[in-house]
Every structure is written in C-alpha cells, then in structure tokens.
Design a protein. Structure first.
Length: 317
C-alpha cells in the first residue's frame, strides 16, 4: 500500500481512490466522447507510472463505466485504448464489495445482498428445531445482520420496489429466531399474517428502515466529531457558518436545496435531517460507544421513527 501510495500523482486531472491493489480512477466531463478521449490521454500517465515502478496493469480485469441519468442516452464513438488494447465498458461493477450500476440506483447491489441474506436465512432454517432463541439470535447477528449494515448508508434509501424483497427475507429470518409462523388461523377459520414488529421489539433488533437510520446517524455523529476522512468535511455545513445570526437553528446542519430524485434521497440530505432531529434527543458530547447504545434505544423506543424523516418512497426516475 505504501509502494503505490503516490499513484495519485501520476495524473493531475483524475481523482483516484486507492485500496491495496484495487485502484479506481474517476473523471468528469459533460460530453461522453470527450470523456473517453481525455481518459485515454490520462491513462498514458498512469501506465508510465506503473512501468517506472515495475508494476503491470491487469487489462483483463480493467473496465470502465459511465455514470448517467436514468433516461439519458449515450452514444459512444470513441474507444478507451490502454497499451494498444481496447478496454470494455460495463453497466455495473463491484467496488469494494458494493455493486455499483451506471445510474446509481443500487438495484444490482440490493439483489446481490438479498442472495447473501437468503443463505444466512437458510442456516437459521436448518437450526430452528435444535437451537434456542438466544443462539438463533447470535446466528442472525453472524450470517444476516452484517450484510444489512455494510454500506447501507449509500444504498439503503434506494427505491422502495428494489428493497421490498430484502424486507420480506429479513422478516422471515426474524420469525425463524422465535419459531413464529408466517400466518395463523383465527377463531373464524380465516388466516391472519403474523406481525413482526412485536418480535423486533422483544428481541431488541432493528428492522430494515431502522438499521438505515441507525447507521446514517452514527455516520453523522462521526462527521460532527471530525472522525471521518477529510473528503467528508465538505459534505455538510453548520448553519452558523453560513450566517452570524443567533437563531434556534444556529447549531443545526444546513439542509441542502435538493428537490429532485434520486439526489433527494442521498445522505447529503437524509443525514442532515436525521442529525438535526437526534441532536435534540441524544447528547452529542458522549463517547461513540455510549452514543451508539443510546441511539439504538431511542430508535427501539419510538414507533416507526424512520417515518419522521420522509425518507423512503417509490422510484421517481
């Protein structure tokens, strides 16, 4: 990692994200063909840097993706050529464990996460007759819950139609922990679905929406205490830094003027809304572990706390 740390100096125009041997280059231009042409030129500097440092670029694992609006049509006439080989374009790619598509809808990642969670639910299903609730809850925290919290701050507020399937699988996992059936017969012979909300409360577990709220607010807590990398510092600003008037919202984060989806559901807005709400309910001057404990209790003790933020909705693309 130290050896390739100065790869970012190879080109002054592209933005590089380095993670061990998985490097990503980002470049922004309005015209797609100009984008590809400029990237060809910048990649020559990157290849020269690799040669000088006696490294080679694995062209078989190299590809590029053009991020665009959902309804935008892109016609490419230019080709991205690196070391006399054409680099293919893809519609989605895996970036540090997250499936990113060209429209940033995260539909692919949600489907990928559902598959991982389903395997964990399979483990719970096989153990349901032999293990008690306590051990089943431990298995849930091992095989199911980690896939929910991984980068949920990014993809957790996507379109409702995308993550509904995840919620269904999640509810099944919760029922398996306590041995509850999906539905039961009433005295009149009609079938009624078993509500999972009381089970979540009894087990002190968070549902899908609450997990998103919890993770986003923990990120905002770290942002407030400067515990995040420098790249996050421009994500939000305090109202007091915009004007010097002594108003009640002086210590709140300023809400960005975002009116259109999908930007309306990004963490730049949802994180600000949550921070301003929880700031009046939980003290910010405590340690991270204490804040995490208080935040979870606050969410568990409030019915449908996520509905207070108007976060989740239908696709509007």
């Amino acid at each position: 990692m130290i050896y390739i740390n100065d790869l970012s100096n190879a080109s002054k125009r592209v933005f590089l994200l380095l993670f061990a041997d998985d490097s990503n280059l980002f470049f922004s231009v309005n015209d797609p063909n100009s984008l590809v042409k400029s990237m060809c030129h910048e990649m020559t500097y990157v290849v020269d840097w690799l040669k000088l440092n006696k490294l080679s670029l694995n062209l078989k694992k190299t590809h590029f993706i053009i991020f665009r609006r959902p309804r935008a049509k892109i016609i490419l006439t230019e080709k991205l050529i690196v070391s006399n080989k054409t680099i293919g374009i893809v519609e989605h790619t895996k970036f540090l464990g997250v499936m990113i598509d060209q429209c940033l809808s995260f539909k692919k990642h949600i489907a990928y996460t559902k598959g991982k969670i389903s395997r964990g639910v399979g483990v719970l299903y096989k153990c349901r007759r032999t293990l008690g609730n306590k051990i089943m809850k431990t298995l849930y925290n091992t095989f199911v819950y980690p896939y929910f919290i991984y980068c949920i701050e990014v993809w957790g507020n996507s379109c409702k139609t995308y993550y509904n399937h995840i919620i269904t699988v999640h509810n099944r996992a919760i029922r398996l922990i306590v041995g509850a059936k999906k539905s039961y017969k009433t005295g009149t012979g009609a079938r009624k679905y078993t509500s999972v909300s009381p089970i979540f409360k009894r087990l002190k577990l968070l549902d899908f929406h609450e997990i998103y709220v919890n993770c986003v607010q923990l990120l905002m807590y770290k942002f407030y205490h400067n515990m995040l990398p420098d790249i996050y510092q421009e994500m939000c600003v305090l109202t007091s830094s915009i004007h010097d008037k002594f108003t009640r919202q002086r210590e709140n984060l300023s809400l960005p003027l975002i009116k259109k989806n999908p930007y309306f559901r990004t963490i730049r807005r949802t994180g600000v809304v949550m921070f301003n709400y929880f700031k009046t309910h939980i003290e910010l001057g405590v340690s991270c572990s204490v804040y995490k404990y208080k935040l979870k209790n606050q969410i568990l003790n409030c019915t449908n706390i996520w509905s207070k933020f108007d976060l989740f909705g239908e696709c509007n693309n």
